[in-house]
Ligand binder design. Sequence first.
Ligand SMILES: Nc1ncnc2c1ncn2[C@@H]1O[C@H](COP(=O)(O)OP(=O)(O)OP(=O)(O)O)[C@@H](O)[C@H]1O
Ligand SMILES: [Mg+2]
Length: 353
Amino acid sequence: MSALLEVAGVSKSFGPIAAVDKIDLAIGQNEFFALLGPSGCGKTTLLRMIAGFEVPDQGRIILDGIDITGVKANRRPINLMFQSYALFPHMDVAGNVAYGLEMEGVRGAELSRRVDEVLALVQLTALAKRKPAQLSGGQKQRVALARALVKRPKLLLLDEPLGALDKKLREQMQIELKRLQQETGIAFLVVTHDQEEALTMADRIALLRSGRIAQLDAPRALYERPNSRFVADFIGQMNFLDGMRQADGFAVPNLGTFDALNLAEIELGASASLAVRPERVQLYLQEQPGVFAAEIDGLAYLGQDLILHLKLAGRAAPLIARVPAANPQSADFAQGLRVWCDWPAAHSLILSA
Ligand SMILES: Nc1ncnc2c1ncn2[C@@H]1O[C@H](COP(=O)(O)OP(=O)(O)OP(=O)(O)O)[C@@H](O)[C@H]1O
Ligand SMILES: [Mg+2]
């Protein structure tokens, strides 16, 4: 993969705060890349440096092999789509989309052709004559997107592009953004703090923590092989059972000694947590060899799945299990019921902070 964008050792501080701390990453041509992380971890600051609105204290930003660290924002073949769509209220949809091209001197038939093409792409042809005030949130979002796409940047930066939309529309737009990215072949760098959104759309995700990359991987690897408790906790839901690596396995007080996917990599005597996803917890209505007893201490019906809080002897925090509601045994689950559980060692990991 020859990189479209390279971020090499980039840092930016605001007074004592290291907002971005020596970040290295490379984004491929046509890649859909997501920057994910909790509020204040440095996502917007990194995006603004790539766009050219902020100057790094250190490091270089390279686009298609050319160092653009010192190049002004408006001279970079990069577009930033702001979270607040910043549409011109007095112009109609087509006018909003045409504006950037007109600034570049595009006129006449060429202008109309490019605007029409992009409006069709975001399915707004029928609304071309409407003013922003006459549009829904999702439609405004598509206008902002059309305005960014029409200039045919090599790289499109999107900061929380779906932040203003409700859940249903968000999910619909996630699929649409992905389709648009594939159809246009433009590389997308999307900032979000919504892990599900990143998993749905991105080819690769960089999860940031306090200005640094905690892990950079494809969605599946990030979910299935998190490299720390922080990553495992941020991506999806995870049970953590604290314990210690011993010669015969990972010992969890009051529960037992366990094998895990990465047991061999953990140093003897290390304190850590055994991590198990709720959907990997297996439940039994009868006792079996090698399983442990639990009591159903809470139960939530989510339609597709059932979430169970399992109270284990001698442990304060519940073990959380997620079972498909379609599973026949789920009809028997009730508050106070005694059950037995375990999980496959291959689907558990030993993680530290
Ligand atoms: N102009 C500024 N002056 C001072 N501090 C700033 C400035 N911009 C950002 N910061 C600080 O830098 C850190 C990173 O901010 P940034 O906006 O990049 O976070 P973020 O990951 O985008 O968060 P959010 O998800 O809330 O948008 C924060 O601690 C923030 O308070
Ligand atoms: Mg931000």
